[in-house]
Design a binder for this molecule. Structure first.
Ligand SMILES: Nc1ncnc2c1ncn2[C@@H]1O[C@H](COP(=O)(O)OP(=O)(O)O)[C@@H](O)[C@H]1O
Ligand SMILES: [Mg+2]
Length: 448
């Protein structure tokens, strides 16, 4: 008889060991090891693809039948965009974000949209009662006959419900609140989340039902406990946004059925999260800029968005502070060092704070020049023209480099009625914007 396999797993970091350990060697925490059941071990082996009982043979790629992905609309243009064109049947999608950002709000609205077109939707909530959800559904106008609520945290009961009706769409709110009888550990632990996600994956694939899972994010930005979850699901979307503003961005981090370039933009209103009608004017003050503000255009996926960068340069008392919100701190330090060196500015004795307005995060270097412009504007206490846009990546040597999608950005500026742009290279297409070509930081200063 074959010897029974034993495997232990850390509930905090997911480290596996054939022996029980008092202190996990992965995360150095005590008493976190739990013995896995034989089913769990089997599942882990199968998911690693080294199950000894497989009989599948390899097929030549030329003989593999092409799978046609048919998608259906979620009823929200923005969500469809992030998903790569709509919901894929049988797909498992994870939506993450900090508490209160709008995950339940968005998915309840989507549930309502789908139920309206006669798709049977199951909304499983481990966090709120049916009455609470109903209250929200009233506000979101998602009260539809085909929308079914299930306040439940036991996975086996949920699976029973799924099998009892022919649901066309399922929402799990949230994965951290569910537990499976087959696992001894607490809800939200690595083993629980893995077991539940695997079961949901199996249901999604075998019944061809798309399932959306809500996951909470811990302070360090990862979905609480398990990164495992991100590897298992087909699509991972994260909500971002400034709690003080009504704008919410839904960003794709992983997508087995499309690109992760696109970003969905929503507005939080009384009626829920609505597709942002027009992004223009949301992220900047068109009337007048105060000193320390500069405008630029960033690309969010395929969309150009005009944003305002704000800087505050103030004499330091003690050690100078540098801090940025919505922009990489290291890059800010680099730009400051460059300004000191190339323009002889005594920034070493100043505090510098940079903020991207509207809670948006900038992750492309094309906005470097605007950061520099805002810092200079604050330092000199002189406001910039609200009709001028700054575009360009700044290199360590102070050169201003070419940026991608220049034509698209200029077009957006035209639409928004801007007149002047300081850019690194001559635009290929004709534009009504008056362009000033700047290839060096010192040159830009003369025009400010
Ligand atoms: N009556 C209301 N009017 C407008 N916005 C509301 C109202 N009630 C709640 N909200 C918004 O909905 C948010 C809660 O969203 P929710 O979907 O529950 O978040 P999550 O599920 O991500 O924790 C609140 O932070 C608030 O901004
Ligand atoms: Mg919620």
């Amino acid at each position: 008889m074959a010897k029974k396999k034993v495997l232990f797993e850390c509930q905090a970091c997911g480290l596996q060991s054939p022996r029980w350990l008092g202190k996990c060697t992965g995360c150095n925490q005590w008493d976190t090891m739990v013995e896995l059941t034989s089913e769990q071990i089997k599942f882990i082996e199968e998911s690693k693809g080294n199950s000894s009982s497989t009989t599948t043979k390899a097929t030549s790629i030329t003989e593999v039948k092409q799978e046609n992905i048919t998608r259906f609309s979620s009823g929200s243009k923005e969500l469809d965009l992030v998903l790569g064109g709509g919901i894929v049947p049988g797909s498992l999608t994870l939506i993450g974000g900090s508490p209160g950002i709008g995950k339940s709000t968005l998915l309840l609205k989507i549930a309502g949209n789908l139920a309206k077109v006669k798709i049977k939707v199951l909304y499983v909530s481990g966090e709120e009662s049916a009455g609470q959800i109903k209250l929200r559904a009233d506000r979101l106008q998602a009260n539809e006959k085909e929308l079914f609520l299930l306040p439940e945290i036991n996975l086996q009961t949920i699976l029973g419900e799924i099998n009892s009706k022919n649901y066309g769409f399922i929402i799990i709110d949230s994965i951290q609140t569910l537990y499976s009888n087959e696992t001894p550990s607490a809800p939200g632990s690595v083993t629980q989340v893995r077991t539940i996600t695997f079961e949901l994956m199996r249901v999604a694939k075998s019944l061809e039902i798309p399932i959306f899972i809500i996951g909470h994010i811990t302070k360090d930005g990862s979905i609480a406990g398990p990164r495992v979850l991100e590897h298992m699901v087909d699509t991972v979307l994260y909500f971002e946004g400034d709690p003080n503003s009504e704008l919410r961005l839904l960003r794709g981090f992983k997508n087995r059925f499309g690109s992760t370039n696109e970003v969905g933009i929503f507005e939080m209103t009384k009626k829920g999260l609505l597709d942002a009608q027009s992004m223009a004017g949301k992220f900047f003050n068109k009337e007048k800029l105060s000193s320390g503000s500069a405008l630029t255009v960033m690309m969010e996926g395929s969309r150009p968005i005009i944003i305002e960068i704000q800087a505050l340069v103030a004499e330091a008392y003690g050690h100078p502070k540098r801090s940025s919100t919505g922009f990489d701190n290291n890059r800010l330090n680099m730009l400051l060092a460059l300004l000191e060196k190339k323009l002889d500015l005594p920034l070493g004795t100043y505090d510098v704070f940079v903020n991207v307005s509207g809670g948006i995060k900038v992750n492309e270097p094309a906005t470097d020049l605007a950061i520099i412009a805002s810092i200079l504007s604050s330092y000199r206490n002189r406001e910039l023209s609200s009709e001028t846009i700054f575009l360009g990546e700044v290199s360590l040597t102070g050169e201003i480099r070419e940026i991608p999608a220049l034509g698209q950005r200029l077009k957006e500026l035209e639409t928004q009625g801007f007149k002047k742009a300081i850019i690194p290279t001559k635009p290929l297409e004709e534009t009504k914007i008056k362009c000033f070509i700047a290839n060096e930081v010192s040159k830009v200063v003369e025009w400010m």
